[in-house]
Ligand binder design. Sequence first.
Ligand code: ATP
Length: 899
Amino acid sequence: METLLDKHWHYLDGEEVAQLLDVPPSKGLDKFEVEHRLSHFGENVISVKKSKTSLERFLLQFHQPLVYILIAAGMVTAFLGEWVDSLVILGVVLINALVGHFQESNAVKALDSLSSSMNTEATVLRAGESLRVPAALIVPGDIVILKSGDKVPADIRLLSTKELRIDESMLTGESLPADKNSSSLPKETILAERHCIGYAGTLVSFGQGTGVVTATGNNTEIGLISGLIDTADELATPLTRKITQFSHILLIAILVTASTSFVFGILRSQPVNDMFMAAVALAVGAIPEGLPAAITIILALGVSRMAERKAIIRKLPAVETLGGTTVICSDKTGTLTENQMTVQEIRSGNLAYTVSGTGYGKEGTIIAPENSNTAPDANIALRECVRAGLLCNDAKILHKKERNIVEGDPTEGALIISAEKFGLNHEEEKKRFRRIDELPFESERQFMATLHEHDHSRVIYLKGAVEKVLECCTESMLPSGETTLLDKEAITSAQHEIASKGLRVLAFACKHASSDATIDQTNICVEMTFLGLQGMIDPPREEAMSAVAACQEAGVKVKMITGDHALTAEAIGKKLGLRGSACNVGDDCRVMTGKEIAELCDDELTQQVEDIPIFARVSPEQKLRLVMALQSNGEVCAMTGDGVNDAPALKQADIGIAMGITGTEVAKEAADMVLTDDNFASIEAAVEEGRGVFANLLKFIAWTLPTNAGEGLVILTAILFGATFPILPLQILWINMTTAMCLGMMLAFEPKEPGIMQKPPRNPNHPILDKVILRRIGIVSVLLLLSALGLFEWELSNGAPVGKARTIAVNVFVVIEAFYLFNARSFSRSPFELGLTTNLWAIGGAAFMMGLQLLFTYAPFMNNIFATAPIDLLDWGKILVCGLISFSLVEFDKKRRPQ
Ligand code: ATP
């Protein structure tokens, strides 16, 4: 079979290809053959160029400006004969690289496990049955069934197509989808023009088709070129980029200051060695080298937390943007509602029937109106109406775990159940009315049609949105089976009556067709006979109601954008408590329909879009206009979508959200985030997590910068005044490395503050280094300087040896940083209000840090390396007082000027 893999499949006839690959097209491969081929050809996965090996990532830890400085400093000190200093510096470089590598690996692992949980599935025909299988388990010879929204799972020779269009831009660069058919082509046809081939990884944008798999995994066209595709820099976000830029500017400023102070010291005839080490210490102390990495780690932790809450982040920047979301545009069906449809009302032959029973259970009957003598089974129009619903249908009812579930579209599942309640049997009807052709449901078209053969004649059934179906009808069927002129007004008012109860209404129609008829767009929508309406309930999700309320309280507007009818949408919107300035709870909600949107120019839409909470009968293209209108009002817009045509709106939105269960591959590909449970409540949860992550980022920044500034200030002051260094360069290195790891990183684990969803969303234009953070930098860095310098000078003036005075200065530095860690847990609340035990990591980190400081102060080997000396209890008392003063001053500042 291997030799067959380089055949010119487009040149051969479809049947021939199937024969060569040894598969009957109408049945597909059987289980054993699939297993055999799977072991022979391997899984259908492309082994992409591994992004970076662990070793490469470790080595890259050394590729940082700060590390260059340290390595240079280590070498120069070795050259100067200062062996201890040199070894410590190089040891610090190594530890720093190891810790950085460990943290980065964890972040990469978290992201990797997410991307692998996003595996695609495909529909195949095996042993005569159509099955959904993971795309990785597809083998050459498999018969694949494609429909709009699918990702083509492997290279495929098409055998039959129905208006099939495939977006091949990722392969050919051509932006318009290519029309596909199954006819063979000349041998020399170039790849982009092989219309009878579907290429792995491309996206079906319209229609349907079947084909036989000719190549899988690395043998596919995309597999062959994938070595050329570079993996994206998946760890960068706008914020990390901003921070990296900021650290580069800071780096240059600090290097300039360090070298100026070096020259300054020399001019004041200080020893070159000392000045060199001082300049290095200044650079090391003042550069916030851990910042970009810490931010990536905090974001990655956020990604895992969101995944636990059913929101899978596909693009890392989304974690950040989520926290600043100001408006969520959500689909109705399945996201805000249960997507558990049950037909409750049927109007047919001018009679109104109710349907008993709940969910997809078959218990229940169709009940005739009280004043009617026509029993349901005597009403031919009703029989045809439910039969149309049953046959013009691709769903299946499966009995699993003692209950019925729907495989396929729940709207269609409900129609199977209503027909069964009438007394029709799905399997028997499918056999009696063999389906010959079909026009699948597409959101744009809002209807579906099927052609059936029965007793040597053909009939077309149509079902869809009422307005669309009525456009195709000229007459309607009476209970006797005879037809009469269509009364559109009466049907529309019946539709409104049902829809205003929140029910989704579908209309049904049929027509007889000639014995050689097929279906296409042009012949379908003419002279049909209207059969009736079916109204189905789809209750709002309980948790969506509270999630909508939570979002609205958090200042995030919620807009429902649906393909459903305005009245149905309005009734559901009211139950959900959707609020817009024109729709207070209890008032009539203002609904804008797709038709109205079409009549507005962009400026008008931008003006009106804010006040309207519900948009009904909206086409996917209009979703794009709505997102753009909201964005031009400065909104940060999250938008949900599931269909293939939702992709442009999902891409345009600040956060595109696709549905994990009902969403098409196309929508998932375009989205920034995927909901594994399709539930609106998970969007709210993700927004909440996003706010939490952003708050922790700011807290980390607010902790880091003052400590760096403080360290820099101490060294700079000593150099400028030519004073004895209160902290030695090696000691600065020690403080810098240990506190960032043991203290600062603990803020990544800070739980969300209570009331995080009661605040308005963050303004995206608000600077990161705002007044509050700048003031904190000022207060804490000056306190560090005064305390360290003050205690140092006090000790010296009391005759203490310089080693001891320095040990006290280092300890005061660390203790103030530890106290400040607890200040930094919130910008507005004291740690006592938050609860001291709510972040045990912070307590653990501080305790560990204190343990290290005891070693640093009392262990003889540390005394030797770092030139420290033991201090007594009274000294600790003084240090503690400095810590408490600093803690209280920051708390006082919080209360005086709450954020
Ligand atoms: P959402 O609220 O999630 O945007 P929706 O399911 O209400 O989506 P669409 O799926 O675009 O919106 O459906 C629009 C209309 O098309 C429905 O109101 C219904 O009348 C009709 N419709 C929906 N599903 C089918 C189907 N399977 N066959 C025929 N018509 C359908």
